[in-house]
Design a protein around this ligand. Structure first.
Ligand SMILES: *Cc1c(COP(=O)(O)O)cnc(C)c1O
Length: 428
């Protein structure tokens, strides 16, 4: 057994003044039992906990660290900016540079507004979509996560997909009464809302879903969704907070052959610092304050240090162009997972998009939230702890994507495959 004495001590200490000893519930290991690991440092593809255990990191802070930890160019840019000034409450050139980089690679994005998180980008996009269309309702898909703002925090788990039920205490029914739920990969579930309601401002979607585990849209579904929203004058808000810069330098939209009305970004775009963004064509973005009447502001928005990290990360990512490598390595790991499951008589499905992928403990194809919910989470829990024991850090939930960074070596790939084989033996 690995030693995690110090993590245990810190966890117990943390409980006193932090809620559950964490600042975000996904870190709490609740669904896999046991207590969270406390991390101390990270370098390249590795992360080290406070007890000195080394892991290959497939969590990567839930996505941002696509270059691995401590990339030299990013460190240099951040250090330089820190010495020049942390924040001014005024405009800086870095904001213009990052805006240009982002607008150049997302189709139909003329202007962008930087905020501090994915949640903030999405909640601003709701306001903007409502103002632009002069309508109130929004559609989201069961199993898609768009941050924790009231209007989109609707669980609608299996069997409840047609009802708008608040997914959290403290969200008044009024705050979600304009939120309609549709089923991923089921265009009829969207059409039904369009027939029944003529007050729909926008449809929100993860172009590749990553928050119910990785679920890909069918070509017909995503194209039809674009077509019917356009025809109805409803904005399509594509949430690329996770998928942005994931499978190519840019977003998922181009690969899928669709163009968003509003695109939301986060995670990679801030290179490990708190950055979110929403952008669209001029006609839409010009409605945002100070050009228009849609108010949205932030003391630290476009923070110079975060912008510097974002610029350096995107510049380095473009230069490295690791996307073929991502696909190759993800396919190798996919095969290793399936082979290991097969050898041990375990039902397993793997979904994969670029550098994000994950195994589902299920015999069936996973195409929506209801199917994802049917996975064997007890098997996942055994597998999770097996991976931890083998020095591989994966998200502590069946319903999270795993991520690859660009500095995983062949030797580390071997360690990963060996770890997968060992962990799968414990599932049974
Ligand atoms: C992570 C995520 C968010 C929320 O971003 P935060 O920075 O955690 O607020 C929104 N949408 C998607 C698709 C995400 O993966």
């Amino acid at each position: 057994m690995m030693n995690n004495k110090k993590s245990q001590e810190l966890y117990n200490k943390g409980l006193k003044h932090l809620v559950g000893a964490v600042n975000s519930p996904v870190r709490a290991f609740k669904s896999v039992g046991g207590n969270p690991l406390f991390m101390e440092r990270a370098h390249g593809s590795k992360i080290y906990d406070v007890d000195g255990n080394e892991y290959i990191d497939l969590v990567l802070s839930y996505g941002p660290m696509i270059l691995g930890h401590g990339n030299n160019k990013v460190i240099e840019a951040v250090q330089k900016q820190v010495c020049t000034g942390f924040t001014f409450g005024a405009s800086t050139e870095n904001e213009i540079i990052l805006a240009e980089m982002v607008c150049n690679v997302f189709p139909g994005m003329d202007k962008v507004r930087f905020v501090n998180s994915g949640t903030e980008a999405i909640m601003s996009a709701i306001r903007l979509a409502r103002a632009f269309t002069n309508k109130n309702h929004i559609i989201k898909f069961a199993g898609c996560y768009h941050g924790h703002s009231d209007a989109l925090l609707v669980a609608a788990g299996s069997g409840l997909v047609t009802y708008s039920l608040p997914g959290s205490a403290g969200v008044p029914a009024d705050a979600v009464k304009n939120t309609l739920i549709a089923e991923y990969n089921n265009i009829d579930s969207v059409k039904k809302h369009l027939t029944e309601c003529n007050d729909i401002a926008a449809v929100f979607i993860e172009p590749i879903a990553g928050n119910m585990g990785v679920v890909l849209p069918t070509d017909a579904f995503i194209k039809e969704l674009r077509k019917i929203t356009k025809e109805a004058g409803i904005l399509l808000v594509v949430d690329e907070v996770m998928t942005g810069f994931r499978s190519k330098f840019g977003g998922a939209q181009e690969l899928l052959g669709i163009e968003a009305d509003i695109t939301c970004l986060g995670k990679v775009v801030g290179g490990g610092f708190p950055v979110g963004a929403y952008g669209a064509r001029n006609e839409i973005m010009n409605m945002v304050s100070p050009l228009g009447d849609v108010y949205q502001a932030g003391t630290l928005s476009g923070n110079p240090v975060a912008m510097a990290a974002g610029i350096a990360t995107l510049t380095e990512l473009k230069a490295q162009n690791p996307y073929d490598k991502f696909n190759r390595q993800a396919e190798q790991l996919e095969k290793a997972l399936l082979d290991a499951a097969n050898e041990n008589g375990i039902g397993l499905t793997v979904n994969h998009f670029g550098s994000m992928f994950n195994p589902f403990f299920s015999n069936k194809k996973i195409t929506n939230f209801a199917e994802a919910q049917e996975c064997n989470t007890e098997q996942f829990t055994k597998f999770f702890w097996g991976m931890i024991e083998n020095g591989i850090y994966i998200p502590p939930s069946q319903f999270e994507a795993w991520f690859l960074c660009s500095v995983i070596s062949d030797e580390e790939m071997e360690r990963l495959i060996k770890g997968i084989n060992n962990a799968m033996k414990l599932v049974g």
